[in-house]
Design a protein around this ligand. Structure first.
Ligand code: PLP
Length: 287
């Protein structure tokens, strides 16, 4: 399959960047991963707005405007055989002699590739997934969609080792904590008394594009939606736990640290709020 490196379409195996690229030396760059359904970009403008915010926080100039990004992404999507894809794009600060100080005037390196979307398996849809928890030991700027993902990689491997689908992170903090932040590569949601609850989208959490989407879907379904600090006990007593991301869409968590999630007859099974949001999400994809 073809990728796009600095506006050149070429086979992935032939795309090469300098060892002096600051993405390679420092992890100095940001990325986006956005879904494509039926060859149509889903929530493109929201992904572009987040990209701009991430770049601004790192003082990397956005190398393209919205329409130029759109043209490039469309060209890449057209070159891929699959109808449903995930476009990955990253911007690094550029190539320069190694120095922690940001060199002025660099030309950012722009790389994009697309992969066929790997849908969540029917079994995971119907039975939900198992997750574990771990202490959130990442840095204090989880709001930046940085390519420096070592903390997320280490966190994710803990659940891989435990044969679980994700690692849900709990951050030490002020009284009443530890506080729920997110998964290693997704946002985390709780259902309490019929309401969808997420953590405050502060500097410890990457605000997923699905956060705004789920807010809209909840409005349409008349489900209460609230972002507020969520404690470990809120997590462990939730009626339902959900994950959201580009690749997972919305996904039910039915086991947490080996314990069945939820109460009564629904214990250990995907719940009604999950079912409604999943259906609404599928609808939104087709609009
Ligand atoms: N949090 C982290 C750490 C992520 O890597 C992601 C990316 O998938 C998300 C949250 C969810 O973001 P989105 O809904 O934009 O995919």
């Amino acid at each position: 399959t073809l990728c796009d490196l600095n506006d050149e379409l070429l086979p992935l195996s032939q795309a090469k960047v300098s060892v002096l690229d600051r993405g390679f030396l420092f992890g100095d760059g940001v990325y986006e991963a956005m879904p494509v359904y039926g060859r149509k970009l889903f929530r493109f403008d929201e992904h572009m707005a987040r990209l701009s915010r991430s770049l601004a926080k790192l003082r990397i100039p956005n190398p393209l405007d919205r329409d130029a990004w759109l043209a490039r992404v469309r060209r890449l999507v057209a070159a891929h055989p699959a109808d449903d894809q995930v476009v990955y794009l990253q911007v690094t600060r550029g190539v320069a002699p190694r120095d922690h100080v940001m060199p002025p005037g660099l030309i950012p390196t722009v790389f994009m590739m697309s992969n066929a979307m790997k849908p969540v398996s029917a079994q995971q849809r119907h039975q939900g997934v198992a997750c574990i928890t771990a202490r959130d030991f990442r840095w204090e700027r989880g709001d930046i969609k940085s390519i420096s993902l070592l903390g997320n990689v280490l966190a994710r491997q803990l659940s891989a080792d435990a044969d679980a689908a994700e690692t849900i992170l709990l951050r030490d903090g002020a009284a009443g904590g530890p506080w729920l932040t997110e998964g290693s590569s997704c946002n985390v949601w709780l259902v309490h008394e019929g309401a969808l609850l997420g953590p405050v989208m502060d500097e410890h959490v990457l605000e997923g594009i699905r956060v705004g989407l789920l807010r809209e879907l909840c409005e349409g379904l008349n489900l209460p939606f609230n972002l507020r600090p969520l404690s470990e006990s809120d997590l462990r007593t939730a009626d339902e736990i959900l994950l959201s991301s580009t690749g997972k869409e919305v996904l039910a968590v039915t086991r947490l640290d080996g314990e069945a999630v939820g109460h009564g007859a629904l214990r250990g099974k995907p719940g009604p709020v999950y079912a409604r949001l999943y259906e609404a999400y599928q609808q939104a994809k087709r609009e």
